[in-house]
Design a protein around this ligand. Structure first.
Ligand code: NAD
Length: 256
């Protein structure tokens, strides 16, 4: 018996990173998974490997959401779960951030999450689940990622309101707030053939050893296990909450 037997779950940004691990774990737990991303080749290859369905989805676009939902419903007849995972990060101080860059981050992270809830929840089976991917920076500030942090705070707010509005149908909505997780987002050098990814990973390792009480970066598989908990009946009485998964980073500072 899998924890998600018979459930249909759509994972946005499911082609790589945390979304990929969520898709893998959900499929292993018996879900019929819809991997949705703009990375078509990678997303399709993953879907073929794990026996999932791939659909192109640009989370910024209403039409694209409608198409993804139609595809899922045509294939499986229903949708029980949504993981709003797609996201982008840009580094800049607030005073140096051009409006276009700010809006680019808002479109993907914040509008994408809103459109996901608005499109999928009405079609979702009663008792469904939505997991929104916020961040450590959805609950605390972090210099140099102002646009990103603003969208992640917004996702926590959206999660609380969606939880209240959807509770009468038994649909639970929660948010995950990961700290530093080892994916191409935190180490873009891993995707750049010209970069020394190992060297960058070593430098980041030193940084997280200092910053994070547990002394290491998180693994996308660990976030996937939290997403599974929030998507399965194991969390049946939990809704409207942000869940921090950060190795203790947000707990405070250590002076020793
Ligand atoms: P990632 O860059 O590996 O994955 C992001 C995925 O989102 C990619 O597959 C990408 O193609 C997809 N995506 C981007 N724009 C899209 C769009 N317009 N439409 C559809 N898909 C789109 O990074 P990740 O770390 O796996 O990020 C997953 C989520 O976790 C993001 O929301 C991110 O903000 C959040 N997060 C990451 C970290 C971290 O340290 N890696 C920490 C906290 C929160």
């Amino acid at each position: 018996m899998g924890k998600l037997d018979g459930r249909v779950v759509l994972v946005t940004g499911g082609a790589r990173g945390q979304g990929e691990q969520e898709a893998r774990l959900f499929a292993a737990e018996g879900a019929r998974v819809v991997v949705a991303d703009v990375l078509d080749e990678r997303g399709q290859a993953l879907a073929d490997e794990i026996g999932a369905l791939y659909t192109h989805l640009d989370v910024r676009e209403e039409d694209s959401w409608r198409h993804a939902l139609d595809t899922a419903q045509q294939a499986y007849g229903r949708v029980d779960g949504l993981v709003n995972n797609a996201g982008i990060l840009r580094f800049n101080s607030l005073t140096d951030t051009p409006l276009d860059e700010f809006m680019e981050v808002v479109r993907v992270n914040q509008v994408g999450c809103f459109l996901g809830v608005r499109t999928v929840a009405p079609a979702m089976a009663d008792g469904g689940t939505i997991v929104n991917t916020a961040s450590y920076t959805g609950l605390a500030g972090m210099a140099a990622v102002g646009a990103y942090a603003a969208t992640k705070h917004a996702i926590v707010g959206l999660t609380r309101v969606a939880a209240l509005e959807l509770a009468p149908r038994g649909i639970r909505v929660n948010a995950m707030c990961p700290g530093a997780i080892d994916t191409p987002m935190s180490n873009p050098a891993a995707l750049d053939p010209a970069a020394d990814a190992e060297e960058t990973a070593k430098a980041l390792d030193g940084l997280y050893r200092k910053l994070v009480p547990l002394g290491r970066i998180g693994r996308p598989e660990e976030v996937a296990r939290l997403a599974l908990f929030l998507t399965s009946d194991d969390s049946s009485y939990i809704t409207g909450q942000p869940f921090v998964i950060d190795g203790g980073w947000l707990a405070g500072v250590s002076i020793t």
